[in-house]
Each structure stands twice: as structure tokens, then as C-alpha cells.
Ligand binder design. Structure first.
Ligand code: 5AD
Ligand code: SF4
Length: 448
């Protein structure tokens, strides 16, 4: 008898990958993925703890799910609720206090134990918790990717972080840096390509710190690029300190490696970078950008920024704007600093007032938005390969990404869905560009 499993994913791409693995691990027990939590037998919230709001969203979502759980209980049926991801890891048993109707709490390293926990929860009464911390066990124990995930897929190669930036919970929730073996990754990649993947994005909290035995991330990409049928390789998220020479050089010589890099800098002020424990300066970052552009002049750059970090002065913030001006980003994420319990910066007594954070965020986002629009405009008139991995909101609209990670949409072209096609860019918008297909190149192949 099939049971309904609903997984809601918050936060980073690593969570998207983990959610797919959780669905795989539950499939043998008769659980099949469902699009909504109504009537689900098992609801999993795969949560994010990186900023405050994400956590609050989890609790309000739990409130909504509780109503459904009660409705099912009235019918004499049972709904299990599991909270996974980084909120699960960080909050642990606290979750049962705030939401006593939750049945299971598990951290990101415990997903392979979900079936056992579900069984225990069905049999027993109290909440079931597992906050183990061994990434290796997780990867060894999780099943191989099950159903095809489409033409653009994620593949986790590394997990955890040893950097301990003073604002960040990741080293505490995801544990120490761990790299999977090159062979396991190559096998998984081949399977994914066999199932129709044309693009693989290698994932890790600190992906360019990857070290599989003697293999660097660049070595791994070189090998992956030899897989027939795989057209594109990307990787994220990288740390400036691990941007090694071989990886920079590879951007200049491996055509399957896409000309795009997400390289968070967080701030343009050396004083703030120091207090963030980033262990690099603004000049160090700019030097990487220069070398990347020497290797691959058209590389598109993206970054993460935090404004209002404790002790950030107007002058420090101006340094961030100056760095943005110097680099010219295609896209970027920017956030107001949010004190995370248990991190060193949270107890710093130089917290920046909310109003200053708001004002800085607005100014930074206006500048980043201007740069994004400029990059989008610069692509108008050019013809480039677009991988159409989604359908758009409008009927017949195909949505995809060009090599530079710009979102491209084409109207009246449902046949493009699942293909890699040559597209001429015809118009630029704030967050995307419009185009018309010149010719389809590669189709989503049926799984053999
Ligand atoms: N406050 C605000 N932003 C944060 N990030 C991480 N921790 C915090 C925090 N405490 C941002 C960083 C990181 C991205 C994933 O989230 O910019 O690169
Ligand atoms: Fe967090 Fe810093 Fe590690 Fe990135 S490098 S996950 S920001 S501690």
C-alpha cells in the first residue's frame, strides 16, 4: 500500500539534494512523493537555520501542518511530522517543547536513519531524535539516486565546513568538512547522466575545499567532463581561500565547466572581514577575480554579502560598495546580519541598529540590481546555449539558464522543455532575459 510523503525544502541546494535522497530512502517502505501536505502520511520539513526568518517560517509551517494532522486524527488516521535539516540539528529536543506534536527530529547527517526513526515513531509514543554527526556514514548508507531528477541535477561531493566564520551556524549544524570519494561521485554522476541529466552542479558548503584522497575539485571536474552526454558542470558554494590555481586555470580550458562562479565575499572592508574570521582581505578577493578573468574573460560572477555585521561603520560599508563597483557582479545575494545563537558574532556588543542595516541593504541591493540589469542588457543580441529545465508560469513558456546562470525565458515553445538549445537573447529584464530559440541541440533522453 503506498503512503504519501511530503517534503518541504528550505534554504540551500544541499537541502534540495538531501530531500531527494530522503525520498529515495523512504521509497522501499512504500512512501511516494506528494506535492502537498494535505493527507500526507509523513511530512518532512528540511529546514534552514542560516537566518532568523527561515527558522520562524518553520514554526509557522508546523502550525499549518498541525491542523491537517488533527483532521487526519479525527478520521482515525495518522500523520507523522519530521523536522530535519539545520534547524533540527541546532534546536534538537527544543522543537518538541515548542511543537510537541512533532514526531521526529533529525539532523542533516542522519537521513539514512529516517526509515528506522519512522518505524520507531509509529510504534512508540514520545518523539524520536537523531542528531548524529558523521557525514561519511550518511553518504555510505544512502541509496543511489532513484528517479530521474531532470536535465539539471545536484550532486553533493562535500559537506560541512571548518572555516568558522564568526556569523555562521554551518560548522555547528553540518559538522566538519567531509569529502566523498571520487569513485562514488563518478558513479553517481554516470547514473544521473544515464537518467537524462545534461547539467550537474557539484554541491558542498565549501565545495572548492574538496579533497578526495589526492584529488582536488579541479581533478574531479576534469574526470567528470569525460562523461559522454554530460554537457555542463557547475559547482557551489566556494570560499575565496580555497580558490586554487588549478581550479582557476580550469575555467580557461574546460569547455564543459560553465563560465560562472558563486564566490561569497561577505564584505569589502578588511576590518570587518577580519572580525568575520574570513581569513582573507578585499585585495585577496580582487586578485582572484583578476586571475579568473585572465583565464576566462567572460566569466560571470556572483557573491553573498552581509550588511550590518557587528561593528560595521559607514566607512566599512562604503568599502563594500567600492568592492562591488570594482568587480561588477552578474548576480548576488545580500542579507542583513542576523545574530545566530551559539556563534561568536552574536555576543559582540557592537550590534548595528536595525535602521542602519535596512538603509545599507537598500543601497547595496540597488547597486547590485543595477549591475544585474547591465549584465542582462549586455546579453541582448547574442546567441547562446540555454538549458531549459523548467516550464514558466505562462502557458507554453520555457524557462532555462544560459552558461552565465542568467534566467532565460522563451514564449510559445513548450517543446524546448528538457532540451539544450541555441537561443538568441532579444530583451533584458531586471532578473531575467527573454529570447527566441534558434535550434534545439540535445534532448532529455529517456532513462534506460
Ligand atoms: N546573518 C546574515 N547572513 C548570513 N549568512 C550566513 N550567516 C548569516 C548570518 N548570521 C549568509 C552569508 C552566506 C549565506 C549563505 O548566508 O552571506 O554566504
Ligand atoms: Fe559558513 Fe563561513 Fe563555512 Fe561558508 S565558509 S559555511 S559562511 S562558516
Amino acid at each position: 500500500m503506498t503512503k504519501k510523503l511530503f517534503i518541504k525544502t528550505y534554504g540551500c541546494q544541499m537541502n534540495v539534494y538531501d530531500s531527494a535522497r530522503m525520498a529515495d530512502v523512504m521509497a522501499p517502505l512504500g512512501y511516494s512523493a506528494s506535492e502537498s501536505f494535505e493527507d500526507a502520511d509523513l511530512v518532512v520539513l528540511n529546514t534552514c537555520h542560516i537566518r532568523e526568518k527561515a527558522e520562524e517560517k518553520v514554526y509557522s509551517e508546523l502550525g499549518r501542518i498541525l491542523k491537517e494532522k488533527k483532521k487526519k486524527a479525527d478520521k482515525g488516521e495518522r500523520m507523522l511530522i519530521a523536522v530535519g535539516g539545520c534547524v533540527g540539528q541546532a534546536e534538537g529536543e527544543e522543537i518538541f517543547k515548542r511543537a510537541p506534536y512533532v514526531d521526529i527530529v533529525l539532523g542533516p547527517q542522519s537521513y539514512h536513519q529516517l526509515p528506522e526513526m519512522v518505524t520507531k515513531a509509529i510504534r512508540g509514543k514520545g518523539g524520536v531524535v537523531n542528531l548524529e554527526f558523521e557525514a561519511q556514514q550518511k553518504f555510505d548508507a544512502l541509496p543511489e539516486a532513484g528517479a530521474s531528477q531532470g536535465v539539471s541535477v545536484f550532486l553533493a561531493v562535500q559537506e560541512g565546513c571548518d572555516k568558522f566564520c564568526s556569523f555562521c551556524v554551518v560548522p555547528y549544524t553540518r559538522g566538519a568538512e567531509y569529502s566523498r570519494s571520487p569513485q562514488a561521485i563518478l558513479d553517481e554522476a554516470k547514473r544521473m547522466v544515464g537518467q537524462g541529466a545534461l547539467e550537474i552542479t557539484l554541491l558542498g558548503q565549501n565545495v572548492n575545499a574538496y579533497h578526495g584522497g589526492t584529488w582536488s575539485l579541479a581533478d574531479l571536474i576534469v574526470k567528470l567532463a569525460q562523461i559522454d552526454g554530460l554537457a555542463r558542470i557547475r559547482y557551489m558554494t566556494s570560499h575565496p581561500r580555497d580558490m586554487s590555481d588549478d581550479l582557476i586555470a580550469l575555467h580557461g580550458c574546460e569547455p564543459k565547466l560553465m563560465p560562472f562562479l558563486h564566490l561569497p565575499v561577505q564584505s569589502g572592508s578588511d576590518a570587518i572581514l577580519k572580525r568575520m574570521n574570513r581569513k582573507h582581505t578585499a585585495a585577496f578577493y580582487l586578485d582572484i577575480i583578476e586571475r579568473l578573468r585572465a583565464a576566462r574573460p567572460d566569466i560571470a560572477l556572483s557573491s553573498d554579502f552581509i550588511v550590518g555585521f557587528p561593528g560595521e561603520s559607514d566607512r566599512d560599508f562604503e568599502d563594500t560598495l567600492a568592492l562591488v563597483e570594482k568587480v561588477g557582479f552578474h548576480s548576488a545575494y545580500s542579507f542583513k546580519y542576523s545574530p545566530r545563537p551559539g556563534t561568536p558574532a552574536a555576543v559582540d556588543d557592537r550590534q548595528v541598529p536595525e535602521a542602519a542595516k535596512d538603509e545599507r541593504l537598500q543601497r547595496l541591493q540597488a547597486l547590485l540590481q543595477k549591475q544585474m540589469l547591465a549584465a542582462n542588457r549586455a546579453s541582448v543580441g547574442k546567441t547562446m546555449e540555454v538549458l531549459f529545465d523548467r516550464s514558466g508560469k505562462q502557458a507554453g513558456q520555457a524557462l532555462g539558464k544560459n552558461p552565465y546562470m542568467q534566467s532565460v525565458h522563451v514564449l510559445g515553445a513548450p517543446h524546448l522543455q528538457g532540451t539544450l538549445a541555441q537561443v538568441r537573447i532579444t530583451a533584458a529584464h531586471g532578473n531575467s532575459v527573454a529570447g527566441e530559440a534558434v535550434e534545439p541541440l540535445m534532448q532529455l533522453r529517456k532513462a534506460s
